[in-house]
Design a protein around this ligand. Structure first.
Ligand code: FES
Ligand SMILES: [Fe+2]
Length: 437
């Protein structure tokens, strides 16, 4: 039998089985220089400190009513269709980490229901196009595990050839075609921007991308987390029989950690101590780790000034609306995206992003083991297992609503935003509203 607490030491401090000659893997002392924490993250950390030192979780001081989310929100085909129109077509979605597409590389991307082609030219400019030939519409680049290095993209049907900036470079027997505006021959661009180390796409050539407006205050918190300094290590993509929102729900509250994750990650977390703040539709939260207890009660403890130091005290997690979850483990990042493939099915994509100074081959066994523990041991066997179990009971008649208590406030915020966004696309006589709408 595997010793669970030893195995999950990689989750706690991420040094088991890892090379030991790297001082960056240890906790940063609390007497570090003045805090560079963003204002709102600092305020949330102060809330965590207060909760730990007082022994009073935040929810004990609130009296707001519990929330009820109608179960048909999780299985009705018209809700799924409304979500596709309201969320998965017009909103910026995270398509990749910047490190997944190097100079002079191209990557096919099909997660959003539209065939996309991501490219980075020799000057480092990242672009997104429809992965569709402008001649007779053939798919240009096939899917692959990683980006492909190439000077151009050649259509496999008749050989029309495109540069990585989308411009048509060559047509076989060009004089067989009429002259026409260049835009009719070049690849169709799709709104795309690289920011905070992430590739954002609006999967609609007619869409608009304004990340300043979309991310709002979250723009001020993300640079500290240094996602752009990380490197892609591994991605797993799997389909599951559950509504996509059940996955988001699982990462919006820490109430379940004590029971569901009792034998895996609970030993590293304080029970029910979380602080969270909405930034528009997005939710930024800190979940207290047990290591934060001493810090919180010491009279002279300082605020952490690096993401590594912060991550020893709390696990930072964000729901970047609508479908991405970040989880800042002590020394790596889980970047999770879910998309609905049907009313009751989802596609799960989990990327592991690791520090750039720990990408040498001697680190590979450590990261392989860590990825297996978190992906299979925690996410698949525990969180996703629950999502599938919940989905199977939705139509049983047991519950008209899912109930979220005061320790699950994130669900209220998230479902309110989903309901508001989808409302114009729904026939309200068929679908019950969230009571808070
Ligand atoms: S369809 Fe692409 S070259 Fe003909
Ligand atoms: Fe969980």
């Amino acid at each position: 039998m595997r010793n669970t607490s030893q195995s999950f030491a990689t989750y706690a401090a991420a040094t088991t089985g890892a090379p030991t000659n790297d001082s960056a893997s240890g906790p940063t002392p609390v007497d570090s220089p003045a805090s560079a924490l963003p204002v709102q993250t600092a305020a949330l950390l102060e809330q965590v400190r207060h909760q730990l030192s007082s022994g009073q979780p935040e929810w004990k001081n609130r009296t707001d009513a519990e929330t009820h989310i109608p179960v048909e929100r999780y299985f009705a085909p018209e809700v799924w269709q409304a979500e596709l129109q309201a969320l998965f077509k017009p909103l910026p979605l995270i398509a990749a980490h910047s490190s997944e597409i190097g100079l002079g590389q191209a990557l096919a991307h099909d997660d959003f229901g539209v065939p996309l082609l991501l490219t980075r030219d020799a000057d480092g400019v990242l672009r997104c196009f429809l992965n569709v030939c402008r001649h007779r519409g053939m798919r240009l680049l096939e899917s692959s595990d990683c980006a492909q290095t190439r000077n151009s993209v050649v259509c496999p049907y008749h050989g029309w050839t495109y540069k990585l900036d989308g411009g048509l470079r060559h047509m076989l027997h060009a004089d067989a075609f009429d002259a026409c505006p260049k835009a009719q021959r070049d690849l169709m661009p799709v709104p795309c921007e690289e920011r905070h180390g992430l590739v954002w796409v609006v999967p609609d050539p007619n869409g608009k991308l304004d990340l300043d407006a979309y991310l709002g205050g979250l723009n001020g918190e993300l640079p500290f987390l240094a996602i752009d300094k990380l490197q892609h290590f591994r991605t797993i993509q799997t389909e599951y029989p559950a509504n996509w929102k059940l996955i988001i729900d699982a990462f919006l509250e820490s109430y379940h950690i004590r029971v569901l994750h009792q034998k895996t990650i609970y030993p590293f977390f304080a029970d029910g101590v979380t602080s969270a703040q909405p930034f528009g539709q997005h939710i930024h939260s800190l979940v207290a780790r047990r290591a934060a207890q001493d810090w919180a009660t010491a009279p002279d403890s300082k605020m952490p000034d690096t993401v590594e130091a912060l991550s020893q005290l709390v696990t930072t997690s964000q729901v970047i609306f609508p479908n991405t979850v970040t989880i800042f483990h002590p020394d790596y990042l889980s970047l999770i995206s879910v998309v609905p493939t049907g009313p009751e099915t989802l596609r799960w994509t989990h990327r592991m992003l690791i520090p750039a100074n720990k990408t040498t081959p001697d680190w590979t066994p450590h990261w392989e083991k860590t990825f297996q523990l978190i992906e299979q041991g925690v996410f698949q066997k525990e969180d996703i297992h629950c999502a599938i179990g919940i989905q199977r009971g939705f139509k049983s008649g047991a519950n008209a609503y899912v109930t979220a208590g005061r320790a699950e406030q994130g669900l209220t915020w998230f479902h309110d935003h989903v309901a508001r966004a989808t409302e114009p696309f729904l026939d309200k006589s068929n679908i019950a509203s969230n009571p808070s709408i």
